[in-house]
Design a protein around this ligand. Structure first.
Ligand code: MN
Length: 326
């Protein structure tokens, strides 16, 4: 997915958040962002935002649907570039056709993770398939650490087997380890990414790494995280220092959520449009490379249409922004 804001702000994030004792759960609400195009589908963005810009290396979280494609037009994101990050596509419903400049042509389907490494530079397009009637899922980005951010672009696909959870429910672990399962998908910092479903009335306690901070993005259900209510489309943040996360579903139906985690990201990053860098100049250079059709971003074959032009850069760079202490 592309950040389709017409005037994206340049955001500096992260740097040196100390591990601290576990405190209360913090609720992050979503803002609606139109995805763009003639019939714009809207996504609910919870990261980055003023109150919190990163959870581990997770630096971007869009949640969308269930979206009636006949009404919204579905997803049609023309070729656009990325640097310095990995994109993680995870669907609950529908199907997306992915094409990228390293030659991947893949279908993103529910329960199957597609992880694309932008590294030094990649471009891709994402289009919901004609068979898709309802589109529903999340698009997540991971910031690459300095020593790996210029890595070669790549694409990985994995179908995690569902793992039964004591207390009622199941987990699909697409990155990292949870509930006895470990994803083989490679990342450059320790990360957790999993879909968790909870049976009606279920309470589940997950063992987690106390060095990680966690986010719980609720898709559906009446979910409590460590006693705090998390409404659908909200992202709950739990600081490092917890060795368990207890999730309860008090609804008569099942609940679905996505658990994200990782150690606090120790570097300051600059995010603008679809780029994660370290300096303003680097962002300016990446934008120019895209606009000049540099080989850096390769070519996406098979997309029926033009590529996305880069938005106009802001007049001034923004002051560094940091996460509040937990
Ligand atoms: Mn994208």
């Amino acid at each position: 997915m592309s950040n389709t804001e017409t005037h994206p702000a340049e955001v500096r994030c992260g740097a040196g958040e100390d591990a601290a004792p576990a405190a209360g759960v913090e609720i992050l609400t979503a803002r609606d962002v139109p995805l763009g195009g003639p019939r714009a589908m809207t996504v609910r963005r919870t990261l980055p935002q003023r109150a919190r810009t990163l959870i581990g290396a997770w630096c971007f979280a869009d949640h969308y649907g269930p979206d009636e494609v006949s009404r919204s037009g579905g997803m049609d994101v023309a070729p656009h570039p990325h640097i310095g990050l990995q994109t993680v596509s995870w669907l609950f419903g529908g199907e997306i056709e992915h094409r990228d400049s390293v030659g991947s042509h893949a279908l993103v389907r529910p329960g199957e993770v597609n992880l694309m490494t932008g590294g030094h530079g990649i471009s891709h397009s994402e289009v919901s398939t004609p068979e898709t009637t309802v589109l529903h899922g999340v698009q997540l980005w991971v910031a690459l650490p300095a020593e790996h951010r210029d890595t070669a672009p790549a694409f990985q696909h994995h179908v995690p087997a569902p793992v039964a959870l004591d207390g009622g429910g199941e987990a699909r672990v697409f990155l990292g380890s949870l509930a006895g399962d470990t994803s083989p998908v490679g990342t450059f910092t320790p990360l957790l990414g999993a879909e968790v479903t909870l049976s009606p009335g279920a309470t589940v306690t997950l063992d987690v790494d106390p060095g990680f901070e966690h986010g719980v993005l609720v898709d559906s259900g009446d979910v409590r995280l460590v006693g705090t209510v998390v409404r659908p489309a909200e992202l709950a943040y739990a600081a490092p220092g917890r060795s368990t996360l207890t999730l309860a579903n008090e609804a008569p139906g099942s609940a679905r959520l996505v658990v994200l985690g990782g150690p606090p990201f120790p570097e300051e990053i600059v995010m603008w449009w679809n780029f994660v860098g370290r300096t303003h100049d680097e962002i300016v250079a990446a934008r120019a490379d895209w606009e000049n059709e540099s080989e850096r971003f390769g070519r996406v074959e098979g997309y029926p249409g033009d590529r996305l032009p880069a938005p106009v850069l802001p007049n001034a760079t923004l002051a560094p922004r940091r996460n509040p202490r937990p």
